[in-house]
Design a protein around this ligand. Structure first.
Ligand code: AP5
Length: 202
């Protein structure tokens, strides 16, 4: 059985960066609600489109997100789950549809989160993530095509962090109380953080 890993952390903690590496390392699926929603931002649902929530930094309704996760996990043997659950209702739903082998929480301070998010740039062709200060591509053609996510402006970032504190911090506490949570200091280089996670998993 391949590992089933839950990676928790605030917006900008490095979940996407580390999930990609973990998926390669263990040959498992990277299941991310954020990417799935961004690929379907203008999909009509009975609650409106995901875009209406995402561009304001708010949570997309549980019914929409739960269905995305149920479908993705039913097709995965092992996985690293990133961006879900974001509230206690989603955590309850998750416990009904799967078992977890590891729950890892990347801890990063608030001002560092703001710096990482407002400087994040994405390559629309490969999905690779860069940062204006810490990590830019050498290839000029790649540099020229980088884009900023709509929700990475400073105002929306502050809203996302508020939504995280209100909704998702209780999820962290829930897993901590259950004794399942391993906390990792996420304020180090991506390589160092990756080594810390792999040391826990192995
Ligand atoms: P989502 O896409 O999940 O965004 P998020 O949780 O806000 O997380 P991010 O992707 O912004 O951050 P990350 O931790 O992956 O950081 P990254 O590795 O990129 O969700 C977006 C929206 O979708 C939500 O606001 C909501 O509307 C909706 N949504 C999603 N899931 C939902 C759910 N379950 N329920 C309801 N709604 C949902 O790193 C950030 C930057 O820092 C990068 O530039 C990177 O290069 C840099 N960096 C990474 N690691 C390091 C390091 N160690 N040192 C220095 N820089 C680093």
């Amino acid at each position: 059985m391949e590992p089933r890993i839950l990676l928790l952390g605030a917006p900008g903690a490095g979940k996407g960066t580390q999930s990609k590496r973990l998926a390669d390392e263990y040959d498992i699926e990277h299941v991310t609600t954020g990417d799935a929603l961004r690929a379907n931002k203008d999909m009509e649902t009975e609650y409106g489109t995901p875009r209406e929530y995402m561009d304001a930094g708010e949570l997309v309704p549980d019914a929409v997100v739960n269905e995305i996760v149920r479908e993705a996990l039913s097709n995965a043997d092992g996985y690293v789950l990133d961006g879900y659950p974001r509230n206690l209702e989603q955590a309850t739903y998750l416990s009904e549809i799967t078992d977890l082998d590891a729950v890892i929480y990347l801890s990063v301070g608030k001002e560092e989160l703001v710096r990482r998010l407002t400087g994040r740039r994405m390559d629309p062709e490969t999905g690779d993530i860069y940062h204006t200060e810490f990590n830019m591509p050498d290839d000029e053609a790649v540099r020229d095509r980088l884009v900023q996510r709509d929700d990475d402006t400073e105002d929306v970032v502050r809203d996302r962090l508020r939504v995280y504190e209100e909704n998702t911090e209780p999820v962290i506490e829930h897993y901590r109380e259950e004794g399942d949570l391993v906390e990792i200091d996420g304020e180090a280089s991506p390589d160092e953080v990756f080594e810390r996670i792999v040391a826990v998993l192995d």
